[in-house]
Design a protein around this ligand. Structure first.
Ligand SMILES: [Zn+2]
Length: 331
């Protein structure tokens, strides 16, 4: 079966959609609040993930503030009240066994009033669902292992019986989970079947993809004016993968970028997107719109009127030729 980028009628007559899922790594009030103040002022209401619990061990990759800190929790609640969605990025910055993950989900619900609606695995955590080579199957797994030099880390959140297992709870409470990140600004063109359910990975309800913006440089590369023009012309959707804490002037300075030029460029980028006929929303809302389109298409062709997204056996994978071109995939 071949897929072409779907045409979607975005709400409010908008021509394309733009959103961000902000992984909370290294986030603090000091380095993230200025970025969110700018987003808020420009009308962006994207998704900020949090860690619900404080760390009890050294971080797997990087630490950061958690909702156990009153000032950070209050700021996250303020963001939620302003219309930002609060997402899930595991419960803290290190490995968590089942009981701790469940404790963190309970705490998330206590603080924000509902279970998380979207999440992204935090790199390196053992309780991640279908992470590492488990993201793909068959020959794709061999390609993956070759590309990652046979990285051996095991991820066990989906392995029933393991002490890190929590797939049943994820399926019960969380609708959307991020999988692959593509260099294309138009996430929907890179993954036109998004959101999708993968029967080989049944503990995740729906997967969504993202576009590369993990660090400031890659974010700016992805959202160039030229790429925004194309995104608009294609009527597509961009779900940016980002770590917005490293967008603050202070961090940009530490990366040897000029604080003043960064301040100007972030305003320019955000202002450009905001001034277009762009639907700025949360990843969950984009996935939900795409899901409706998938359902409508399925109901036309097969009579299936369910509200679920397309079922896709195995993780979507670009054609062999485009896979080579998309060598910048974040594995
Ligand atoms: Zn992370």
């Amino acid at each position: 079966m071949t897929f072409s980028p779907p045409q979607i009628q975005w709400p409010e007559g908008k021509k394309f959609a733009f959103t961000i899922f902000d992984d909370t790594d290294a986030s603090t009030v000091a380095n993230s609040a200025p970025v969110y103040a700018l987003l808020r002022d420009l009308g962006f209401r994207t998704t900020k993930s949090v860690w619900a619990l404080e760390a009890e061990q050294p971080p797997v990759v990087v630490g950061g503030a958690s909702c156990a800190e009153p000032d950070y929790r209050a700021w996250a609640l303020q963001l939620q009240a302003e219309g930002f969605e609060i997402g899930f990025h595991n419960v803290c910055c290190h490995h968590s066994k089942r009981e701790r993950t469940l404790e963190g989900l309970r705490r998330f619900e206590e603080i924000f009033g509902h279970a998380p609606r979207s999440m992204a695995n935090h790199t390196g955590c053992r309780e991640n669902l279908y992470w590492g080579s488990d993201r793909v199957t068959g020959w794709r797994r061999w390609v993956y292992l070759a590309a990652t030099l046979g990285r051996k880390a095991r991820f066990l959140g989906h392995v029933k019986g393991d002490e890190h297992f929590w797939g049943d709870v994820c399926r019960e409470r969380i609708r959307y989970v991020r999988n692959f990140v593509f260099p294309d600004i138009n996430t929907l063109r890179a993954c036109p079947w998004m959101p999708y359910h993968d029967p080989l990975r049944p503990w995740v309800n729906q997967w969504y993809a993202s576009s590369e913006g993990g660090v400031l440089d890659s974010f700016l590369r992805t959202v160039t004016e030229e790429n925004q023009d194309r995104l608009e012309a294609e009527g597509g959707a961009c779900i940016m993968y980002a770590h917005l804490e490293n967008f603050s002037a202070r961090t940009a300075w530490s990366h040897r970028a000029s604080a003043s030029s960064w301040s100007g460029s972030r305003r320019k980028v955000a202002g450009s997107c905001q001034s277009r006929r762009c639907w700025i929303t949360s990843p969950r809302s984009v996935a939900s719109m795409c899901s409706r389109r998938v359902s409508a298409r399925r109901s036309k062709t097969s009579g299936c009127g369910t509200s679920c997204g397309m079922e896709k056996a195995d993780t979507p994978w670009p054609s062999a030729s485009s896979a080579m071109k998309k060598a910048m995939w974040r594995l």
